[in-house]
Ligand binder design. Structure first.
Ligand code: NI
Length: 176
């Protein structure tokens, strides 16, 4: 397994729509393992392939430790995930993003969802999710469509974040 580089705002790839995976083979499974290692190393609870510069509809998630610190790892892989249903009930959680380092904000989203996806063996699966898993899946599926969590904030807040990161990218960050 190897760790991959995570791209950050304002990289234009983050605004690009990812294309479906057509073939699930050992190469793809190796990539899934690399994504997982990258996500754990960051550390993060979710990662979309676009965040490592690969424009494919792939997501890795592990929310086990977020729910219970002593829980064993529970890696989840979602290929071509699609939201089938979202609840009318909405919920607010604080979100961050590995591609927008050190920025956190409350985001309101549907509280529960149902998704369909292919697992790492290429088998079709469905999953109902609520709480942090629902938040994480919606956040990551947004990535596959070129949407970031800051797009759910007010224009004023979003513009402030984009401005800050664009400026940072221009002057370069000290390598500490
Ligand atoms: Ni993110």
């Amino acid at each position: 397994m190897s760790k991959l580089d995570i791209i950050t705002l304002p990289d234009r790839l983050l605004r690009t729509v990812s294309t479906p995976v057509e073939r699930i083979d050992d190469d793809l499974r190796r990539f899934l393992d690399d994504m997982l290692e990258t996500m754990y190393g960051a550390p993060g609870i979710g990662l979309a392939a676009v965040q490592v510069g690969v424009l494919r509809r792939i997501v890795t998630v592990d929310v086990a430790k977020r729910e219970d610190e002593d829980a064993p790892p529970n890696p989840m892989f979602f290929i071509n995930p699609e939201i089938l249903w979202s609840s009318d009930e909405r919920d607010t959680h604080e979100e961050g993003c590995l591609s927008i380092p050190d920025y956190y904000s409350e985001v309101e989203r549907p509280a529960s969802i149902r998704i369909r996806y292919l697992d790492r063996d290429g088998k079709p699966q469905e999953l109902s999710a609520d709480s942090i898993l629902a938040v994480c899946l919606q956040h990551e599926i947004d990535h596959l469509n070129g949407t970031l969590f800051i797009d759910h904030l007010s224009k004023l807040k979003r513009d402030m974040v984009i401005k800050r990161f664009t400026k940072q990218a221009r002057i370069g960050k000290p390598d500490l």
